[in-house]
Design a protein around this ligand. Structure first.
Ligand SMILES: CC(C)(COP(=O)(O)OP(=O)(O)OC[C@H]1O[C@@H](n2cnc3c(N)ncnc32)[C@H](O)[C@@H]1OP(=O)(O)O)[C@@H](O)C(=O)NCCC(=O)NCCS
Length: 291
């Protein structure tokens, strides 16, 4: 009897990501070692749009999502193909479908090493390196710099207080996304002279908690806005995604978070990042997919 059999290759079609069972998406991300829980997929599906590559009996072999912010910008993420089907053109095909649906929007994404060459060949250019810091938070945080301003809790129904600040830091209005994230987040705001100059959110994600977005105008503010969440997570797993390398990054390391992966922030069309000294900027990402 034959010791092996070569199976015929099969065809994949694109389907709306909202139409598949979340457990199939969970299995897809687990297959590439990503930490998303079904709940995280559900939130991402509410935040954006996506397609999946399915076979004739509805099995999922790939995904790609996009998150429009207004009419001229979107971030792309959750680009995954199952290991068995990789290096056969699946991701390139999914990306072409995404481009078609995004129209002439400017685009940005955070590329893993595995995907970097694919995105370069699709017209994306490099802007910055992103660092995924994570680990069990130190039982005692490092000494903090003096606090300049008042740090307090912000209720999710008062997001208008940080909306303009966030738009200056992120570059476009992402109010809908912030409203979704705030549903299950603890939010802190830093005020000086009554004016909001920074904020941070912390929510459950993957293996523990993620602190992000973190928006501030300088390292010291960003450290306080992060520490206020990390102190409640002492000994627990936390993650912060940042493009910073200075005092903020040192603070994360001293809090026992370590870089587990690096990504490259890339854009296609208009440049995405516009960092200026003493202007509000995104110290902590909301997530790799949503920017
Ligand atoms: C990155 C990923 C989506 C690529 O999917 P894929 O289905 O293998 O991609 P494709 O077959 O369409 O290949 C696209 C190009 O990338 C190249 N490529 C694919 N895998 C690669 C790898 N591991 N390293 C280097 N290049 C790779 C291919 O050669 C191809 O180039 P070509 O079209 O010029 O021949 C897939 O490896 C994956 O899901 N990885 C884990 C999750 C991840 O990192 N996602 C990216 C998030 S930004």
């Amino acid at each position: 009897m034959q010791k092996s059999v070569r199976l015929k290759s099969f065809e994949l079609v694109a389907r709306n990501i909202d139409d598949v069972d979340v457990n199939l998406l969970h299995a897809l991300s687990l297959g590439v070692g990503w930490p998303h829980r079904p709940k995280d997929w559900d939130l991402l599906r509410r935040a954006g749009h996506g397609i999946v590559a399915v076979d004739g009996i509805g099995r999922v072999f790939g995904s790609a999502m996009w998150f429009p912010h207004g009419n001229d910008f979107a971030t792309i993420g959750l680009v995954i193909t199952s290991p068995r089907t990789q290096a056969q053109g699946n991701a390139r095909w999914l990306m072409e479908q995404v481009f078609e649906r995004c129209g002439d929007r400017n685009l940005s994404l955070n590329a893993t090493d595995a995907a970097y060459k694919l995105y370069v060949s699709l017209g994306f250019t490099k802007e910055a390196i992103g660092y995924q810091y994570q680990g069990d938070v130190a039982p005692v945080l490092p000494a903090l710099p003096p606090l300049n301003g008042e740090l307090s809790e912000l209720s999710g129904d008062r997001l208008e207080e940080i909306a303009a600040l966030d738009t200056r830091a992120f570059g476009v209005n992402r109010g809908k996304l912030l409203a979704l994230l705030s549903e299950n987040a603890s939010i802190r705001v830093l005020r000086r002279g009554g004016e909001a100059v920074g904020y941070s959110m912390c929510r459950e994600f993957g293996r523990g908690h993620v602190v992000g977005p973190i928006v501030a105008s300088n390292d010291h503010d960003a450290i306080h806005l992060t520490a206020v969440h990390l102190k409640d997570l002492a000994g627990a797993f936390a993650r912060v995604d940042t493009r910073e390398t200075g005092a903020f990054a040192e603070f994360l390391q001293q809090s026992r978070l370590a870089v587990s992966e690096t990504v490259t922030t890339m854009s296609r069309g208009r440049r995405f990042l516009n960092l200026k000294d003493n202007e509000p900027r995104v110290y902590g990402l909301a997530g790799h997919a949503v920017g």
